[in-house]
Design a protein around this ligand. Structure first.
Ligand code: GTP
Ligand code: MG
Length: 234
């Protein structure tokens, strides 16, 4: 209890919660928690789809394309920050319509080609609606960030209704994910001076380029191994 209180106090302080937001949360606690539970359900649906694909592909190709899957529902703190940043009105409808990454699923693969194969199979499913696709693997961000982002809608079936829920899926290789977590660490270190950040950003950008080359080379090796296997089984 003490720990929870301390965490809540910390949360309130860190996010500089306005009275407006506190009131909103008090008045809408139940529907807000319900909305969050829909995101939890949508994450379960999407995660299961990837587990099924991984299972099928592992039988077919004798290798698991998915290294790991990470999921998260956006924290209250991050939701509030984004509402502020994007000037979104403080009501549940606006939050649901404008924040399309409250439910997040990250699919980590070993090789870039597996990312496209999985994304294609996932999007072919007739209950998945594509809302937005951003390919930062073919077109990396200026920071060097690489990943394939999809915003999709997936239905969840409740007692009396079918509800479409937005989910953001990020596909990365292990190398892309490794890079992004180090980049993330740098971004959120307040102790770093502007000059230090500038130097680290350059260094990180160079690492991103090298890691993209490494991904391609490793994939080339993998392809040669599987080709060899196929020839021997013919
Ligand atoms: P948002 O309103 O923040 O969602 O902007 P956006 O829709 O333009 O974002 P985008 O789809 O480009 O990226 C959203 C997510 O990708 C972020 O929340 C991060 O998880 C990740 N991301 C994007 N760019 C970077 C980057 O340069 N470094 C790292 N580490 N992560 C990034
Ligand atoms: Mg986004």
């Amino acid at each position: 209890k003490a720990l929870l209180d301390a965490r809540r106090d910390n949360f309130v302080r860190q996010s500089l919660l306005s009275d407006e937001f506190l009131n909103f949360m008090q008045q809408n606690k139940k529907p807000f928690d319900l909305l969050m539970s829909y995101y939890e359900c949508a994450i379960m649906e999407v995660e299961t789809k990837f587990r099924v694909l991984n299972h099928e592909l592992s039988l077919e190709y004798d290798n698991n394309p998915i290294e790991s899957i990470k999921t998260r529902v956006k924290s209250y703190d991050s939701i509030l920050k984004k509402i502020r940043r994007k000037n979104i009105p403080l009501n549940l409808r606006a939050i649901e319509d404008n924040l399309k990454d409250i439910a997040g699923v990250r699919v980590i693969c070993s090789f870039p080609d597996d990312i496209y194969k999985l994304a294609e199979s996932f999007l072919k499913q007739d209950d998945i609606t594509l809302i937005e696709r951003k390919d930062y693997i073919k077109n990396p961000k200026p920071s060097g960030y690489r990943s394939l982002h999809l915003i999709v809608q997936v239905p969840i079936f409740l007692q009396n209704e079918k509800k479409m829920v937005n989910v953001e899926v990020q596909f990365r290789t292990i190398a892309m994910d490794f890079w992004a977590s180090l980049d993330h660490k740098m971004r959120y270190k307040k102790e770093l001076s502007d000059e230090e950040v500038e130097i680290l950003q350059e260094e990180l950008y160079d690492c991103a380029r090298q890691s993209a080359v490494l991904d391609e080379r490793m994939q080339g090796i993998r392809d040669r191994i599987t080709k060899k296997q196929e020839q021997e089984t013919i």
